[in-house]
Design a binder for this molecule. Structure first.
Ligand code: APR
Length: 181
């Protein structure tokens, strides 16, 4: 599914984030940048050890929740990895929506700073961190739409959803945004 916001395209695909041919791939990291399973495990496995060496050296303090930091992409075909730290879901009253939106926004800012035309996101926080998929779809797509409408770049934002349930949740929200705009 593809929707245009001004000159920018938002695209939903079902698949594996590590195989995307884009300028920047976003990792669903933790605030220690310590690696893990899910997206984080898959990205580090495919990228190779140079990426963890780089983040250890450049970001010894890690990365706060709701933000992101950049590294090179090792063996991946992308040029950059943006390591984004989404919130752990604690019921929704602990600032989780703002933190999730902040993580997406910071990645888009990094994309602009690094002159990326295309970026691929996973559904940050919806795995181990327990963010409900329908709310994650709403909050992340709102953040991306607002950024694209105000900044007009990057040209392509792709969400890579791992299964049909995630794809459906994102598609419903994106569809409702096209009705509204
Ligand atoms: N490609 C795309 N999506 C994937 C992939 C993949 N290869 N692997 C898993 N997913 C999906 C999951 O199904 C989920 O919907 O990505 C979403 C995010 O799940 P997690 O990777 O568990 O990320 P998150 O919920 O943000 O938790 C982050 O998990 O791996 C650790 O180090 C990481 O501590 C951090 C925490």
């Amino acid at each position: 599914m593809r929707v245009k916001f001004g000159e920018c395209l938002v695209e939903l695909v079902q698949g594996d984030i590590t195989s995307q041919q884009v300028d920047a791939i976003v990792n669903a990291a933790n605030s220690q940048l310590a690696g893990g399973g899910g997206v984080d495990g898959a990205i580090h496995r495919m990228a190779g050890p140079s990426v963890m060496e780089e983040t250890d050296r450049r970001y010894p303090e890690g990365c706060p929740t709701g933000s992101a930091v950049a590294s090179t992409a090792g063996n991946l075909s992308a040029k950059h990895i943006f390591h984004a730290v989404g919130p752990v879901w604690r019921g929704g009253n602990g600032g989780e929506p703002g933190q999730l939106q902040g993580a997406y926004r910071r990645c888009l800012e990094l994309a602009v700073e690094h002159e990326c035309e295309s970026i691929a996101f996973p559904a940050i926080s919806t795995g181990v961190y327990g963010y409900p998929m329908d709310l994650a779809a709403e909050h992340s797509l709102t953040s991306v739409r607002d950024f694209l409408q105000s900044q007009g770049q990057p040209s392509l934002v792709r969400f890579v959803l791992f299964n049909g349930g995630a794809f459906g949740a994102y598609a419903r929200v994106l569809e409702s945004m096209t009705d509204a705009h």
